[in-house]
Design a protein around this ligand. Structure first.
Ligand SMILES: Cc1cc2nc3c(=O)[nH]c(=O)nc-3n(C[C@H](O)[C@H](O)[C@H](O)COP(=O)(O)OP(=O)(O)OC[C@H]3O[C@@H](n4cnc5c(N)ncnc54)[C@H](O)[C@@H]3O)c2cc1C
Length: 443
């Protein structure tokens, strides 16, 4: 039976039943495929389902719930925070341009509240390795270019934000496929220790970083940049026992005697399981040896490997094609769009081999870059939005990713509550809602 989306965006009817995974063994004999026949139970229905609990997903879920939608956040890991926490990438970059002109704090609203919660928890770093030409005081809500943070505090700050806004959570759950009705996404299929289950949704937001839902739904996407230009993966790690006699950040992000550092890198496709496996094996072995070498240096005997990231950090995979693709020209010129929903002021860190600082306070991200081509019922968010590689390098940073999350959450809530496809959403109403939640969209 087909799913039917009702006036308020709920799925009214769906296949219900037990998990009945059956297939034909004979099919495997000479064939390279195995045909599964599954009747997947629909275990829940929500107006908005957010797939992925990284910086973009956490803010998107909080924004959707605050905007009045019954919201569920689904995450494959047991904790929230995405690459910032699982990948130990512990500095939120891009709250404003790193260098003048930087007077405008381009990321505010719910991301700003999240940072205030981190500050309240004492989860902000003492020092990091970023140069500073202008000082800002985070403790007064004046957020600087970057915020170094404690990943444990980030887990708690994320939970506090979501609980305050009444977001429902489902951890330990991989989203493995979208539910589809023609070209419309009507929910997601998850796999977990509870088996394979379906969760129906009015609107799904793809916050998986890799654009998993969009790609599986059949949305066209741009691959990562060509080998050589593609931003590599890196295994981050934390050292403990860094002596106080060593001044400065010790090449990373420092809290007391703990320093987060950039570890060994690896190339290739960050969405290919065999390449990911090779990357984890090689970089972890290399990291262990590097730390043993460091400890041999005079004065560094007390160092130890406190932890390596849960998983290698993947910088660049799919960017989904949207109704508008933000171009390198837009980023450099600081193009303004009438349908602006967020601003990215973060530099492009490896633009033609160098860190490129904008000569303006940030370029606009238009709502159209969150609306995938061809697919309905889906909103893009975080690092998979529609951008060329230059603007991607900027907007993938966690502060702009949070600002985009704020917008995708509000957009999904409006679309689900009004029963309107995201493509047809009244952008003025979205901008008014974002402004009422203190997002920065400029005049
Ligand atoms: C090595 C490295 C260094 C970086 N340096 C910086 C830096 O200094 N500052 C900065 O601001 N940014 C930095 N970045 C970029 C930044 O971390 C990411 O671009 C950013 O985290 C993207 O946010 P996101 O929410 O879109 O995705 P992510 O942070 O990747 O979050 C995606 C979430 O979705 C979950 N997920 C994925 N697929 C599924 C699925 N199928 N089902 C269920 N859950 C799923 C993941 O577990 C994760 O929690 C760096 C990235 C890397 C890799």
């Amino acid at each position: 039976m087909k799913n039917q989306v009702g006036r308020r965006g709920f799925v009214r009817t769906a296949v219900a039943g037990s998990l009945a995974g059956t297939g034909s063994a004979a099919q495997t004999k000479n064939s390279k495929t195995y045909r599964e026949t599954l009747a997947t139970p629909v275990v829940a229905r929500h107006q908005v389902v957010v797939a992925g609990g990284g910086p973009s997903g956490v803010i998107a879920a909080a924004a959707a719930a605050r905007s009045g939608a019954d919201t569920l956040l689904i995450e494959r890991y047991a904790f929230l925070g995405g690459n910032g926490v699982a990948g130990l990438m512990t500095c939120y970059n891009g709250f404003r341009n790193q260098r003048p002109p930087e007077a405008l704090q381009t990321v505010k609203g719910i991301p700003g509240e999240y940072i205030a919660e981190l500050v309240r928890l004492g989860g902000v770093a003492d020092i990091d390795n970023y140069e500073r030409t202008v000082q800002h005081d985070i403790r007064k809500g004046d957020i600087p270019y970057t915020v170094g943070f404690d990943p444990e505090a980030a887990k708690i700050a994320s939970l506090n934000l979501l609980r305050k806004d009444g977001v429902k959570m489902r951890l330990h759950s991989w989203v493995v496929a979208p539910m589809m009705d023609g070209a419309r996404v009507t929910g997601v299929i998850v796999e977990s220790k509870s088996g394979r289950q379906a969760i129906a949704a009015g609107i799904v937001i793809d916050c998986t970083g890799d654009g998993d839902i969009a790609a599986l739904a059949g949305a066209p996407f741009m691959g990562p940049a060509a080998q050589g230009d593609r931003m590599p993966m890196s295994l981050m790690y934390r050292l403990g026992g860094v002596p106080s006699s060593i001044k400065g950040p010790y090449g990373g992000i420092r809290i007391g005697d703990r320093v987060t550092r950039w570890g060994p890198g690896f190339g290739g496709d960050g969405a290919d399981v065999e390449n990911l496996t090779r990357a984890e094996v090689e970089t972890r072995l290399k990291l262990w040896d590097q730390v043993q070498e460091m400890k041999k240096k005079a004065g560094l005997e007390s160092l130890y490997l406190l932890e390596s990231a849960t998983c290698i950090g993947v910088r660049e995979t799919r960017r989904v094609e949207g109704e508008y693709t933000v171009t390198e020209k837009d980023a450099i010129a600081g193009t303004r769009f009438p349908d602006v929903i967020a601003i990215s002021s973060n530099p492009m860190p490896s633009y033609r081999g160098k860190r490129y600082f904008f000569q303006h306070e940030g370029f606009d991200i238009p709502y159209r870059s969150l609306v995938p081509k061809k697919i309905e019922g889906l909103v893009l968010s975080g690092r998979c939005i529609s951008c060329e590689q230059g603007p991607f390098q900027s907007a993938r940073s966690m502060a702009p990713a949070m600002a985009v999350g704020h917008a995708s959450g509000c957009a999904a809530a409006l679309a689900a509550k009004q029963g309107v496809p995201p493509r047809k959403l009244d952008v003025k109403a979205l901008q008014n809602l974002l402004r009422s939640q203190k997002a920065e969209l400029r005049a």
